[in-house]
Design a protein around this ligand. Sequence first.
Ligand SMILES: Nc1ncnc2c1ncn2[C@@H]1O[C@H](COP(=O)(O)OP(=O)(O)OP(=O)(O)O)[C@@H](O)[C@H]1O
Length: 267
Amino acid sequence: MDDPKFIDIEGVEMIFHTKKGVFHALRDINLAVGKGEFITLIGHSGCGKSTLLNLIAGLLEPSEGVLLCANREIAGPSPERSVVFQNHSLLPWLTCYENIHLGVERVFGKTESKAQLKERTLAALALVGLTQAESKRPNEISGGMKQRVGIARALAMEPKVLLMDEPFGALDALTRAHLQDELLKIVAATRSTVVMVTHDVDEAVLLSDRIVMMTNGPAATIGEIVDVRLDRPRDRVALAADPQYMAYRGAVLEFLYRKQAHPAKAA
Ligand SMILES: Nc1ncnc2c1ncn2[C@@H]1O[C@H](COP(=O)(O)OP(=O)(O)OP(=O)(O)O)[C@@H](O)[C@H]1O
């Protein structure tokens, strides 16, 4: 691995000050993510997965500790760390092309020609198989297609890190499987570093190099990490009967449903 501490999270605590008082969401988070690594964050609802992702995105500031990306402190959002949310967050009045172009222009507008910006936008659409839908607006395409535009928009900015918060959570199982397979191919081609929040154990095992499993909140922390040593490219059908796959799956289930059996409401 080029840089085993490409993202480096050290001693992070997250405390929210709410009307009801102080809420200690995350404690003592230490994690290094290697360049090109695919990490998933899994844990019960409310344990702080999105909070940790938002800290890496620079959308939140830690109460204690430090987060670094490429040896620089994360001090705010940046196109080098682009985020894909569960609800695509496309602008409804813009076409698929325009939604992507907007981000491309923001990042490369000052340094590249109009033709280059167009080429980047078209390449991103092609990467997610949406060339045909370039002039459609979000209300004219399916949920899975919207998510693909969101992924294309994030990738078009050539981020160093792709952050994904349950990007397939709102999709039906077949579309979800299809997009997981596409994401695997795209990530293999772009060699992106990915941190993804998921609730889905199979998704975590299929996609990850490591699965970071979080304890229940409040004051959640990293409980265990599963190192998924399955060869790539991964084939979901072949893996379904693979004893190694089942063992990883079993380890995550054991953590979630035995060691961290669901808590009383955390917040
Ligand atoms: N801005 C905030 N102010 C106060 N509390 C917050 C804030 N953001 C998150 N929390 C609390 O921090 C805890 C972790 O929230 P977070 O959304 O990170 O959990 P999660 O693991 O992503 O949950 P889910 O799986 O349900 O999306 C929760 O108890 C939540 O209520």
